[in-house]
Ligand binder design. Structure first.
Ligand SMILES: Cc1cc2nc3c(=O)[nH]c(=O)nc-3n(C[C@H](O)[C@H](O)[C@H](O)COP(=O)(O)O)c2cc1C
Length: 389
């Protein structure tokens, strides 16, 4: 497993077809997903030479604490289906690598369990705001009591993205046993034995549940109860609602899904501690600009006032270096971590993080940098059409 693509190929071989589509595919024609990558390639690096780079460190301080690398594992729903208790495995891999793990709302392991058995690293909790605001309060209080360091509110999903490819693959929520699904699972006996079966045994025959949903909505992934069709995300959630979350959450508050510098400034004015520049990995608006193209203006607007994180399309250490040189303070991994997890469980997730660590280290040496703080825009060359496609 030399790179993230190697982990991707192995993950694809191991996962049932519908589940692979669920993890991999983007919205509509996947234009945004492709643009996240193609804009990255329109930025190149200008190496420096004859610098003593023998004291390289990629430690960064995020929200007052040291991370051993500028990358961390972002929130992804259904991680628990990539491997048995996938969220615990991701948390442990992140803890061992000295980086934060963001547990998603749409997860199958309870936040208390992850806190207790997740390896003792830094843990953040991600929330999709519910239409019923009192449900948000319930989850926020629970995350506070469980000891989560940060709350990440995802605001880029007022409606669910148009994930046509996923629907075509047969993956649906609530998950249904159908001819196609069953055939799909039977074609991947290792997944059946190592992921599904342990859940069935642990749950005494029951399917995994969304353990971190508000109590009224907690149900199995196969459930067709009325609760499962309650819209996941509130389309009424606004800056005012965010202000009330700010009042209820005294610890680090991060808003995920910012693409416009004006929204970044509003978040900073409201007292939010950090943002994630994100287009949800191309799974929401399929005519969106790439995050790497959105980053410079956002970093210029708020980079001195708050922590600016980014995700969407990061597959190489050089991608991370480009974002940091543009002014980001850290990078969240979405699919890259899921590829590792689905390929080889905790060891695979750890390998994904190690690959980024090695690639970042090597790139820093080529650029004549000993510290992440040495990275700046002078190391970058912008293609004339960067951000213009
Ligand atoms: C399978 C999958 C599930 C996701 N679930 C969530 C989620 O529950 N909450 C959230 O904020 N973002 C979610 N995301 C978005 C990721 O946090 C992240 O923004 C995106 O994956 C970054 O793009 P990348 O996959 O190209 O790295 C999900 C992404 C994927 C691929």
């Amino acid at each position: 497993m030399h790179n993230i693509d190697d982990l991707h190929r192995l993950a694809k071989k191991r996962l049932p077809r519908g589940l692979y589509a669920m993890l991999e595919r983007g919205a509509e024609d996947e234009v945004t997903m492709a643009r996240n990558r193609s804009d990255m390639a329109k930025l190149t690096l200008r190496p420096r030479t004859l610098v003593d780079v023998s004291r390289r460190s990629q430690d960064v301080t995020l929200f007052g604490k040291v991370s051993r690398s500028p990358v961390m594992i972002g929130p992804t729903g259904f991680a628990g289906l990539g491997a048995f208790e996938g969220e615990l495995k991701l948390a442990r891999a992140a803890a061992a690598a000295g980086v934060p793990y963001v547990l998603g709302s749409v997860s199958m392991t309870s936040m208390e369990n992850v806190m207790q058995h997740g390896g003792g690293g830094r843990l953040w909790f991600q929330l999709f705001p519910w239409s019923d605001l009192s449900m948000n309060d319930e989850v926020i209080e629970r995350a506070l009591a469980a000891g989560y360091e940060a709350l990440v509110i995802t605001t880029d999903t007022p409606v669910i993205g148009n994930l046509e490819h996923i629907l075509n693959s047969g993956f649906k929520l609530p998950f249904r046993y159908g001819f196609r699904n069953v055939l799909d699972v039977l074609a991947r006996p290792a997944w059946l034995l190592e992921v599904l079966l342990p859940y069935l045994i642990a749950g005494k025959g029951g399917m995994p549940r969304f353990e971190n949903y508000p109590r009224a909505l907690r149900h199995a992934v196969t459930s067709s109860s009325r609760a499962s069709i309650v819209p996941v995300m509130s389309d009424a959630f606004s800056w005012d609602a965010l202000r009330s979350v700010r009042r209820k959450w005294p610890r680090t508050l991060i808003v995920k899904g910012i693409m416009d510098p004006r929204d970044a400034s509003l978040a900073a004015d409201l007292g939010v501690d950090g943002i994630v520049v994100s287009n949800h990995g191309g799974r929401n608006l399929d005519a969106s600009m790439s995050t790497i193209a959105a980053l410079p203006a956002i970093a210029d607007a708020v980079g001195q006032r708050m922590t600016v994180l980014i995700d969407s399309g990061f597959r190489r250490g050089t991608d991370v270096i480009k974002a940091l040189a543009l002014g980001a303070h850290g990078v969240l991994l979405g699919r890259a971590a899921l590829y590792g997890l689905s390929a080889a469980g905790e060891a695979g997730a750890a390998r994904a993080l190690a690959i980024f660590h090695e690639e970042i280290d090597r790139t820093m040496a080529f650029l004549g940098c000993n510290r992440i703080g040495d990275l700046n825009r002078e190391l970058l060359v912008f293609d004339a059409d960067f951000g213009r496609s």
